[in-house]
Design a protein around this ligand. Structure first.
Ligand SMILES: Nc1ncnc2c1ncn2[C@@H]1O[C@H](COP(=O)(O)OP(=O)(O)OP(=O)(O)O)[C@@H](O)[C@H]1O
Ligand SMILES: [Mg+2]
Length: 445
């Protein structure tokens, strides 16, 4: 609640109000035309818009409607010299908060803004009480009503306070990346950097230099000294994504860092000290990777001082509808006139589907539903065919097959029809790292 946009073609009003409101601590944006105003609303999402009804390029009511379609959360106050009751009523019908007839004093504007702030804080209090009644918890972008996940969030918040390493486990798309961001934000290191290292996409030697940095001339192509991600994260957090994919050599070097808080860049001889907290994530079973000898046991114990395993979406059915609605609303905000909900059948379909790609797959399905849907509601026909189960679950002989068998065949088909891993991953609505891992698992390479 701090940004206000003033739209008026009278420069005097713009400057006087801007100065006055800036002194009160508001961040002020100004526009002289409807076009400029809409651009600023799209870019800055102001919480309040003071809108003159009479603008040089378009009618104020038109601009009001467009503002509401772009950023519905803005409180719009109409200012006009022509405040007939009629226009004021139409403006309020179109979603304006109130109107202010000209001439007005800055003090009147101040009073209105403080009323808006009160209304806004009451509204968000009501929202959060409603959430609480329904057992919903919201943390930034992360939403859940699952008891289990709420308990995990609580544990994550406690762990955030310390410098202990945290291991985030869970299937692909369950929200490990979002949770890592939340933990960093809750931690005393929040003002420091959060640096992400994806351990899958890089080859062993590249990963080592990406993480620890290198000296000029350390290897062919090392034309300059390079600061590694670990050093960049000094005072903050390093998020090691897909940590199971690290080679033995990099694992050893990371273990050494965790024991001594020291590391040596590739090609260097002097060790460096860095104060970085480690959060690691994996969608593989790390215990199993340890028992198979792929992952060092000592490193595993260093990384999972606190272990948080996010359950798959199919094990928290309450979150399916919640998240589907959240993302439907988000997409409809971006695209005016989008569907207003899901049909009963569509919801049943969403609940029955096992969601191997978890929330990421759900976001994709909902986006498709919003785009394809022709009516008020999203119906099963609007959802991706694999979700409606219209094909793919039976082999040619009519025998029902396992999820893995279907997944393998589907991935194989998509790989055959696409040119790059990135493209295939996009079609499958999973991230490239996950596809890379599944390809290995199913020996499709
Ligand atoms: N509880 C949630 N509420 C809202 N959005 C969520 C939630 N969990 C995940 N998402 C969204 O789902 C998508 C996938 O989440 P994220 O990338 O964190 O998953 P991940 O576990 O890291 O998956 P991967 O292992 O494939 O990288 C993101 O767009 C994220 O914002
Ligand atoms: Mg991730």
């Amino acid at each position: 609640m701090s940004k206000v946009l003033i739209v008026d073609d009278d420069k005097n009003i713009l400057t006087t109000l801007a100065v006055y409101l800036e002194d009160l601590g508001w961040e002020v944006l100004t526009a002289e035309t409807g076009g400029q105003a809409l651009e600023l609303v799209g870019r800055h999402h102001p919480s309040v818009v003071l809108l003159d009804l009479k603008l040089p390029d378009q009618s104020g009511l038109e601009v009001l409607e467009k503002i509401k379609a772009t950023w519905a959360k803005s409180y719009v106050v109409i200012i006009t010299a022509y405040a007939t009751i009629d226009t004021a009523v139409s403006a309020v019908k179109l979603g304006a908060f109130d109107y202010l007839p000209k001439p007005f004093t800055p003090a009147q504007v101040e009073h209105l803004l403080s009323m808006i702030q009160k209304v806004d804080s009451l509204e968000s209090e009501v929202e959060s009480l409603k959430d609480r009644l329904k057992g919903i918890e919201r943390q930034g972008d992360f939403v859940t009503r699952s008891k289990k996940v709420r308990a995990l969030l609580k544990m994550a918040r406690q762990a955030a306070d310390s410098d202990a390493s945290i291991l985030l486990a869970g299937e692909s798309g369950t929200g490990k990346g979002v949770l890592a961001g939340l933990i960093h934000g809750w931690s005393p290191r929040a003002q420091g950097p959060l640096v992400q290292v994806d351990c899958t996409v890089l080859q062993e030697s590249l990963l080592e230099s990406d993480l620890f940095g290198h000296r000029r001339g350390a290897f062919t192509g090392a034309v300059e000294n390079k600061i590694g991600k670990l050093a960049q994260a000094d005072g903050g957090t390093v998020f090691l994504d897909e940590v199971t994919e690290m080679s033995g050599a990099v694992q050893a070097k990371l273990l050494h860092f965790l024991q001594s808080r020291e590391f040596t860049p590739v090609g260097d001889t002097t060790p460096q000290q860095v104060d970085a907290r480690i959060i690691a994530a994996t969608n593989r079973n790390l215990e199993q990777a340890v028992s198979e000898g792929v992952f060092r046991e000592d490193l595993f114990y260093r990384l999972n001082v606190v272990e948080i395993t996010l359950p798959p979406l199919r094990e928290r059915p309450g979150d399916i509808e919640l998240l589907a609605e959240l993302y439907r609303k988000r997409f409809s905000r971006e695209k005016g006139g989008a569907p207003k909900g899901f049909s009963k059948d569509a919801l049943t379909t969403l609940l029955a589907y096992p969601w191997p790609g978890n929330v990421r797959e759900m976001i994709n399905a909902v986006q498709r539903g919003c785009i394809v849907s022709q009516g008020e509601l999203i119906t099963p026909q609007d959802l991706p065919p694999n979700i409606t189960g219209s094909r793919g679950s039976e082999g040619g002989d009519g025998v029902l097959r396992s999820l893995e068998a279907v997944e393998r065949e589907h991935i194989q088909k998509v790989l055959a029809h696409t040119h790059t891993i990135e493209e295939a991953a996009q079609v499958l609505a999973i991230d490239p790292a996950t596809l890379w891992r599944k390809r290995k698992k199913y020996r499709l390479d």
